[in-house]
Ligand binder design. Structure first.
Ligand SMILES: *Cc1c(COP(=O)(O)O)cnc(C)c1O
Length: 421
């Protein structure tokens, strides 16, 4: 091991790291630069990134097209407030997102992080009913296995037990938590629940097709059609959180495209800027937006994060959308899907492995119990790969541009790291 960089030694006493017991955690790996699908460590070694930095770096790191767009924007205008001012990167991006999204998801509200966009979607849903004079619609129906963020309101709609926020049960208002309607019997049960409680529920919220941070749990597109039918029947709003699934990850531009249904509000973040800068959006349908359109100032959405619609982030997002435009990502994601299936399948025979599953550019090896994240991370890093397991799953969500050779090194590292012969 090389000598640790000075900044790491000096800062270690002051940086509070995410999702960790700081006392017992292994030290982090110092990264000094990135390129393509690689992270370069201070000691000079490169790791192939199997996680795409929490699912953001869809086109790999330092993509020249995104870098150029951000550099150009930086020389013009790094930031201005969005209250009372407008700028081209945000206005162009809003129009492009509205065009890319299905149906009439046309009204884009920008923020800087995924959790905040979910909070805004929740606030839109609550105020939708208030503006329409319907009191009492104060709760959300969310699902076991779900993850929607770490802020106070989003914690209440995450899985109450498996999620990371069970300590806070009782601190925040309880929501209505149910199982996703995976079959017709479950749909009937949910129908019954909604018939009884619809007067209290503002919106149903789910991650479409894949519950990501809750354990990479997949469901069929039919489940989303069931939710749309139930939401329509009981006149409740439907929110899809596409923060993880959006931008090609599941094989379609948005996961909801595979179900052919649209929510009333959708949230986007993560790969929105291709992993370059923080940005998120809550995008409302015309029906939702219309409930705020009024001569009454009190009916307005009173929200406005300081750095909302940051021009650098919007420029990065526009450049990222340019890169999706040639459609080549579809073939790439298909090839990744096939390689993940072949490469991870041998893990199924390991003791304690309960499932191996793949959807688009998401490959999952699930264990019966929580795995040793820190220990496995270190082992994978020795094998030249950056793979960070989560709860009971070891998973790969590589940049969508990864080539065959690097991808096979990732799946080989998973097999070898987990002890497949
Ligand atoms: C990551 C994630 C969030 C939270 O986004 P942050 O930017 O971390 O606040 C919300 N919903 C889903 C589905 C996510 O994957």
């Amino acid at each position: 091991m090389e000598k640790e960089p000075d900044w790491l030694v000096e800062g270690a006493a002051h940086v509070w790291r995410p999702y960790l017991q700081m006392k017992t955690a292994k030290p982090p790996l110092p990264v000094v630069r990135t390129d393509g699908v690689r992270l370069y460590l201070a000691e000079g070694r490169a790791l192939i990134d199997g996680i795409a930095s929490w699912w953001t770096a869809a086109h790999g790191y330092n993509h020249p097209h995104i870098r150029k767009a951000v550099e150009t924007q930086l020389s013009l205008m790094p930031h201005v407030m969005f209250g009372g001012l407008a700028h081209e990167p945000a206005y162009r991006l809003a129009a492009r997102l509205a065009k890319l999204l299905p149906g009439d998801l046309n009204h884009v509200f920008f923020a800087e992080s995924g959790s905040v966009s979910v909070e805004i979607a929740m606030k839109m849903a609550l105020q939708f009913w208030i503006n329409r004079g319907m009191a009492g619609r104060t709760k959300f129906l969310a699902f076991r296995g779900g993850y929607h963020g770490d802020t106070l309101a989003t914690m209440t709609i995450c899985d109450p037990e498996e999620g990371m926020h069970s300590l806070f049960a009782g601190v925040m208002p309880a929501q209505v938590i149910a199982d996703l309607p995976l079959d017709e019997a479950a749909e009937a049960a949910l129908d019954q629940l909604l018939a009884e409680r619809k007067g209290e529920i503002a919106a149903i919220i789910t991650e479409p097709l894949v519950q990501g941070a809750g354990g990479m749990i997949f469901h069929e597109p039919e489940v989303l059609r069931r939710l749309r039918r139930l939401a329509d029947k009981h006149d409740i709003l439907l929110i899809f959180d596409e923060i993880f699934t959006g931008f090609g990850r599941t094989g379609s531009m948005f996961a909801m495209d595979q179900a052919g249904v649209e929510p009333d509000i959708v949230t986007l973040s993560k790969a929105l800027t291709g992993g370059t800068l923080p940005l998120s959006a809550a995008i409302a349908s015309t029906r939702v937006f219309d409930a705020f359109w009024s001569d009454d100032p009190g009916a307005a959405l009173m929200h406005g994060p300081t750095y909302m619609a940051n021009p650098l982030a919007c420029a990065a997002a526009n450049a990222s959308l340019d890169l999706f435009e040639d459609g080549l990502w579809r073939g790439r994601v298909q090839a990744i899907e096939t390689a993940l299936r072949d490469g991870l399948e041998p893990c199924r025979d390991l003791p304690d492995v309960t499932d191996v599953r793949v959807l688009g550019a998401i490959g999952v090896v699930e264990f019966a119990k929580a795995v040793d994240t820190g220990g496995l991370c270190a082992r994978f890093a020795e094998l030249g790969c950056w793979i960070r397991p989560m709860g009971r799953v070891v998973y790969l969500t590589p940049p969508l541009v990864i080539d065959e050779g690097d991808l096979s090194r990732l799946t080989a590292a998973v097999r070898q790291g987990l002890g497949v012969n």
